[in-house]
Design a protein around this ligand. Structure first.
Ligand SMILES: Nc1ncnc2c1ncn2[C@@H]1O[C@H](COP(=O)(O)OP(=O)(O)OP(=O)(O)O)[C@@H](O)[C@H]1O
Ligand SMILES: [Mg+2]
Length: 368
């Protein structure tokens, strides 16, 4: 992205928001005839929502609740029935739709690749529109295909029908990223990718997003994907009603409504393990040891007879580690406790009780 675009985004966003939904409603179908009320409830009813600059805002909610409709109104694939949508300070209805779609990348649910164009032609769609030269376009396409894990030599010349569903989705993601748009709308972008590939893509995508500072609105059914990828999660119910809009940990630890609790569901504790991080306050006073203390004389009384090896840095449990990694280490080492490191020194020991304590703390902090 050019510096120009960055500046534009910052100014337009007023430092506060990049996209603003202001009392937006959408009813599909004809306007109700005189004297006859439209029976159908609005797909989106009176939605007000800000997407902040450079954040990943994830919309999650049941099928048919209006997630795709909400996204599609932001780039005018669907026109709102009432209300306003502002992009970088500008009413989107005043922006030419073609111009708008150059500024907003879009990953479509069920991909929507052009069937008669090859993978490379699909990814090159927007660069072509923008008049990039052949060389620059080809370089960018190759770079993006690599990024999404599709070797250009193998995939560039294929047609969409020669790809698996997950591969098609990855082409869709590459296409949307082609010109580093400042805003990206993503509708179930990783839905058809297998779990391992999906985690890899989520991870890669998060890295690119941070690097480019892209403002992202992403739709998913998958609460785990939502809490992993989001800076903030909006849980929606029918009519795109916002049940809760909060940081992932707050959503998981403190569901605001029964609908959110339902969504977070039985895996709630497991999800907190993935989101919560080990803090010095979780280590009980008895576990805290001075740096350089005799490694054999643990005050926990659990490991005195045990052989203590100095673990490889990659295996160390550090302050700030995800709780799930602390638990992994406890299981892996088969010990009652594992050393907790802060840089080069051991600052304490974590036991299963430590993890429980951290979970309780995280769950209470969620209330704040
Ligand atoms: N083009 C359309 N014409 C008429 N009704 C539509 C149209 N598109 C969507 N709807 C209706 O609007 C509501 C919201 O649809 P939308 O596609 O936004 O849901 P969604 O949350 O994206 O669902 P999913 O998770 O299944 O993709 C649904 O009741 C749907 O049937
Ligand atoms: Mg949808």
């Amino acid at each position: 992205m050019s510096d120009d675009q960055h500046d534009h985004q910052r100014q337009g966003a007023d430092g506060e928001w990049t996209i603003r939904f202001d009392s937006v409603s959408k009813s599909y179908g004809e306007a109700p005839a005189r004297g006859r009320a439209d029976e159908r409830p609005a797909a989106v009813h009176d939605l007000s929502l800000d997407v902040r600059p450079h954040e990943v805002l994830v919309l999650v909610g049941p099928s048919g609740c209006g997630k795709s409709t909400t996204l599609r109104m932001a780039n005018r694939l669907v026109e709102p029935t009432s209300g306003r949508i502002l992009l970088e300070g500008e009413d989107v209805t005043r922006v030419d739709p073609v111009e708008l779609r150059r500024r907003i990348g879009y990953v479509i649910q069920n991909v929507g690749l052009f069937p008669h164009r090859t993978v490379e032609q699909n990814v090159a769609t927007v660069p072509r529109l923008l008049g990039w030269d052949r060389r620059r376009t080809a370089d960018r396409v190759a770079q993006l295909l690599d990024l999404v894990g599709l070797a250009p030599g193998r995939y560039a010349r294929r047609y969409p029908h020669e790809l698996s569903g997950g591969e098609r989705q990855r082409v869709g993601v590459a296409r949307a990223l082609a010109t580093d748009p400042p805003v990206l709308l993503m509708d179930e972008p990783f839905g058809a990718v297998d779990p391992v590939g999906r985690r890899r893509l989520q991870h890669e995508f998060a890295r690119i997003q941070r690097e480019l500072g892209t403002t992202v609105m992403l739709v998913t059914h998958d609460i785990d994907e939502a809490v992993t990828m989001a800076d903030r999660v909006a849980v929606l119910s029918e009519g795109a009603h916002v049940e809760q809009l909060a940081a992932p940990l707050d959503i998981v630890a403190r569901p605001a409504t029964p609908a959110v609790a339902d969504l977070v569901g039985r895996g709630r504790t497991a999800r907190m393990l993935g989101l919560g991080r080990l803090s010095a306050v979780d280590l009980s006073a008895a576990d805290l040891r001075a740096p350089g203390a005799d490694r054999g004389s643990s005050t926990t009384g659990s490991g005195a007879a045990q052989e203590r090896r100095v673990p490889d840095p990659s295996e160390r449990v550090e302050l700030g580690a995800e709780l799930t990694d602390v638990l992994d280490a406890l299981v892996r080492d088969g010990a009652d406790g594992v050393d907790v490191w802060d840089g080069d020194r051991v600052v304490g020991r974590a036991t299963s009780a430590t993890v429980l304590q951290a979970l309780r703390r995280v769950s209470e902090a969620g209330a704040a």
